[in-house]
Design a protein around this ligand. Sequence first.
Ligand code: URA
Length: 211
Amino acid sequence: MQNQVTIIEHPLIQHKLTLMRKAETSTKKFRNLLKEVSLLLAYEVTRDLPLKYELIKTPLSPMDAPILAPDKKLVLVSIMRAGQGILDGMLELMPSARVGHIGLYRDPKTLIPVEYYFKVPHDVEQRDMIVVDPMLATGNSAVAAVERLKSTNPSSIKFVCLLAAPEGIEHFCQVHPDVPIYAAAIDDYLDEHGYIIPGLGDAGDRLFGTK
Ligand code: URA
């Protein structure tokens, strides 16, 4: 199976992404922008959610009105810690979604991910999963996270990031050809430290002001 890679080129997303990339953008502004962009990403990622019809009464008339199918439940999984920024935005749009967290850190020498935290809802098997991490760089963390999450048997999995490197997309697609990827942009390449160029720097540091 071939991955579906969707680049969401909405002008509002692209504009906000440019503001996020700027080195002079403050932590507060970066955080707000990431939240806003995540709302817009969520809009695209949930485009295929099924609807059912319910008989309601408007003040003037009864009608069959569309609502989200109640049996289609979501779980959002944040790859810690930068995933939190996307999670916060998506939760504003989907406040009833359940939330999982997976904690992986990159060994600075090998760039290989090491798991230090894992918690997902008990009924994950009945849920469609949206895994979020702003940066798909080497793909090592995303690949390992999705591998671990697949072992919990969710109904489906989508992966959402802000920026991706071509190397990360290739790696992810090789290991998880069944998982669609959504991104706001694909940048040029990875540097020798595994950073996306031109990128926006370390998403976690910029989100939490830890640099
Ligand atoms: N993680 C980040 O936060 N930034 C990069 O450029 C790559 C990985």
